[in-house]
Design a protein around this ligand. Structure first.
Ligand SMILES: Cc1cc2nc3c(=O)[nH]c(=O)nc-3n(C[C@H](O)[C@H](O)[C@H](O)COP(=O)(O)OP(=O)(O)OC[C@H]3O[C@@H](n4cnc5c(N)ncnc54)[C@H](O)[C@@H]3O)c2cc1C
Length: 435
């Protein structure tokens, strides 16, 4: 850093997907960019499910499939609805497709690989360094303070993840409310490759994703997941902090219960626990996004709450927001204008991309789920399983009577007024998605 004399054109804080995408976009256009990462290396502190998505990743790394450390290409996506003891699983498989939508990766390897590519393209990376504060001059962000040194730049891009104390310190965001953040816990189990292939019905390089509703999370605003890696299976769940506190439950207890569910336990049976981790996921969505820019600064990725929680999408929104912040920085550098008004172009770019379009599409989702979780995340999930139990169980009761009895339970188990409220919420949600 001495050769840069502690002044550069752009500083990026955080070496996750958002930060690396921003830095690489800037370096590719011949501008000076310093990325500061607190971990020993990029990815060393990062936790996710998870899958990275092929098309958005190609926007940053067109040939990533040739050299990135990928685990499996996902050919099957399962949606498992769990009650206490039974489950309905809906599955979509696309085995023949040439273009795979996603790959499982291990972040410690994948983020490190991304950082190596960034270094090759001219990004100056400072590792094992925490940015403590932002330096401002008359309200404009002009640099960052680390434990050891101060660094100055025309623009600072914040890609420091869900907590983003830095964005908060300059008033771009408030404390996240407990209902707008999920605490996620995850375990990775080592399993023989053949066992994984047999249990998930996939070939050596193929992967299977489980998105899990209900089970130990019945009635709570939370989702579970399972991902197949080459020689391990990742399983976890995320539940909003307010539901964890209200229910006085610990997330790892919910995970233990999930792992013991009869539809899940056989899939990870005999696996050796390799890793346990926990991380927050921003869940506030479009309505809770912070201010995305100010004089000399832009906020990207999780720091900007850019997560599509229904689809478990985060890395793609992070990468694309980083890229768009990088592109905006290039225009600002060209015009030598680092004002909020110039950097507002970043927000416009996000609005024209799938990032804010998707978050806007789902802007009512979290409110509806918060207010109707006992319906949509418990009652109807259990009813779906009850229906399939009735439908598949063979006895001597005529089918017509079974159907009528099932319909009767819907009206006897739940007040009509509640059913109307549920229907109203669905209409409101569909209207907000489709309008
Ligand atoms: C359990 C779980 C499962 C998930 N599953 C998926 C999935 O399957 N697919 C998907 O696309 N998304 C998934 N996500 C979301 C996804 O992980 C995030 O949206 C994504 O990582 C956001 O990228 P980012 O670069 O904004 O932040 P991060 O990846 O969090 O990176 C932030 C970086 O900043 C560094 N940093 C923080 N503060 C400082 C500081 N002060 N100074 C220096 N460095 C700092 C951190 O060390 C870190 O490297 C999941 C998240 C969780 C928690």
């Amino acid at each position: 850093m001495t050769e840069l004399n502690n002044k550069t054109e752009v500083i990026v804080v955080g070496g996750g997907p958002a930060g690396i995408a921003a830095a690489i976009t800037i370096a590719r256009n011949g501008k000076k960019v310093v990325l500061i990462e607190r971990g020993k290396f990029s990815g060393s502190k990062n936790v996710f499910g998870g899958a990275i998505y092929t098309q958005p990743t190609k926007e940053i790394f067109p040939d990533f499939e040739k050299s990135a450390p990928l685990e499996r290409r996902n050919v099957e996506h399962k949606y498992a609805i769990l009650s206490q003891d039974d489950a309905t699983v809906v599955s979509y498989r696309d085995k023949k497709s040439e273009a795979y939508g996603s790959y499982t990766v291990i972040r410690a390897k994948f983020d490190r690989w991304m950082a190596e590519q960034a270094k090759k393209e001219g990004v100056y990376i400072v590792e094992e360094t925490v940015v403590r504060e932002l330096i401002t001059d008359n309200g404009k962000v002009t640099g960052v303070k680390t434990e050891l040194e101060d660094y100055y730049a025309d623009i600072v891009i914040l890609a420091d993840g869900v907590n983003s104390l830095l964005a908060k310190s300059i008033g771009l965001r408030k404390d996240i409310e407990c209902k707008d953040v999920a605490l996620s816990v995850k375990e990775v189990f080592k399993l023989d490759r053949e066992k994984i292939n047999d249990r998930f019905n996939i070939a050596d390089d193929e992967g299977c994703i489980y998105e899990i509703f209900g089970g130990s999370m019945l009635g709570k605003l939370g989702l579970g997941f399972m991902y197949t890696n080459k020689d391990s299976v990742s399983i976890g769940l995320g539940v909003t902090l307010d539901d964890l506190t209200a229910g006085k439950v610990k997330p790892y207890e919910l995970l233990d219960e999930l792992k013991a569910h009869p539809a899940i336990a056989p899939l990870i049976k005999g696996g050796e626990l390799l890793e346990y981790s926990a991380h927050l996921i921003p869940e506030g969505g479009y309505k809770k996004m912070p201010q995305l820019y100010s004089d000399g600064v832009m906020v990207t990725g999780d720091a900007a709450m850019l997560v599509n929680n229904l689809h478990w999408e985060g890395t793609n929104l992070a990468m694309i927001s980083g890229k768009l912040a990088g592109e905006t920085a290039l225009i600002a550098l060209k015009q030598n204008d680092f004002s909020a008004s110039m950097l507002s172009r970043y927000q416009k770019k996000l609005e024209n991309s799938f990032v804010l379009k998707d978050l806007k599409t789902y802007k009512e989702l979290m409110d509806v789920m918060h207010s109707r979780k006992s319906s949509f995340l418990k009652y109807y999930l259990e009813k779906i399983n009850a229906f399939f139990k009735m439908f598949t169980f063979v006895d001597s009761i005529p089918k017509r009577k079974k159907y009528l009895d099932f319909i009767k339970t819907i009206f006897s188990d739940r007040k009509i007024s509640e059913l109307f409220k549920d229907a109203g919420s669905v209409i409101k949600l569909l209207w907000s998605i489709l309008k």
